[in-house]
Design a protein. Structure first.
Length: 239
């Protein structure tokens, strides 16, 4: 049976490449995007289907879940990829420069949106044989990496984006616990530093490199891991 996969934030960057690679594997791919024109254009280029989905908007999430329920009746793969670093004042810089508005903006998408989308689609994921949930995280969300003096990331002192991904990591573990024994696997993906709009194209890896990590976790076999933070080739990173 053809697998149904939904990727959030799939109109560009790592999400677009994830959608492309999942389609290449023969899956029916739903390109989740908040912008109608960008989403429809991306879906057309991929030969995939556009689903309007703004992860910060509960009505949009509910409508997307209703559409998938009505048209497909189940969901095999959910890639929670949509993410931002924040555009309001106080999103960047050290902890002392962090604003409440920036935390709210970034958590709304990266954290609250991820949980809202997952819960809206869980009934459909439970209807699949062995669903996979991939939460796109970042190494900057890892306590171990950020505090290991040997890791270049340990020189970074910022709150907003890193703590949103730390939350994603814990959320991943908690879903994996609740869903243990259901056949559903829930893992967090570390794409590495990829050249996308999010990094102002500074990354040393391509969006395809990052997407390959998500695709690996979206296609894990029955004996694959769950509740882990994983990167290239399924290599486990410490939380
Ligand atoms: N690039 C890296 O080096 C890197 C490293 C670690 C983790 N990540 C993570 O990888 C994921 C993808 O990032 P990227 O680098 O591909 O960034 P990107 O090119 O900026 O793409 C982000 C995607 O998320 C979408 N998005 C943002 N807010 C949304 C919302 N409320 N609802 C639906 N979609 C929304 C964007 O849509 P619009 O076009 O409408 O804005 C866009 O499609 C993110 O979770 C990011 O944190 C990236």
């Amino acid at each position: 049976m053809t697998k149904i996969a939904l990727v959030t934030g799939a109109n560009k960057g790592i999400g677009y490449e994830t959608a492309r690679l999942l389609a290449e594997q023969g899956m029916t791919v739903l390109v989740g995007a908040r912008d109608e024109e960008l989403g429809a254009t991306a879906a057309a280029a991929l030969g995939a289907r556009f689903v309007r989905l703004d992860v910060s908007d509960d009505d949009s999430i509910a409508r997307a879940a209703e559409l998938v329920a009505a048209e497909y009746g189940r969901l095999d793969v959910l890639v929670n990829n949509a993410g931002i670093t924040g555009s309001v004042e106080g999103a960047r810089g050290g902890p002392s420069r962090t604003s409440r508005a920036a935390l709210r903006q970034v958590f709304e998408t990266n954290v609250f949106g991820l949980v809202a989308v997952t819960n809206a689609f869980l009934p459909l994921l439970r209807k699949a044989d062995a669903a996979r949930i991939v939460n796109v995280s970042s190494e900057v969300g890892s306590f171990t990496s950020m505090t290991d003096p040997a890791n270049p990331l340990s020189g970074m002192a910022a709150i907003v984006y890193p703590t949103s991904k730390t939350a994603v990591n814990m959320i991943t573990v908690m879903y994996a616990k609740e869903l243990a024994g259901t056949g559903i696997k829930v893992n967090a993906a570390v794409p590495g530093h990829c050249a996308t709009d999010l990094t102002r194209h500074t990354g040393d890896r391509s969006a395809t490199d990052g997407a390959t990590v998500s695709v690996h976790l979206a296609t894990l076999p029955a004996d694959g891991p769950t509740g882990r933070l994983l990167t290239d080739g399924g290599r486990q990173l410490p939380f």
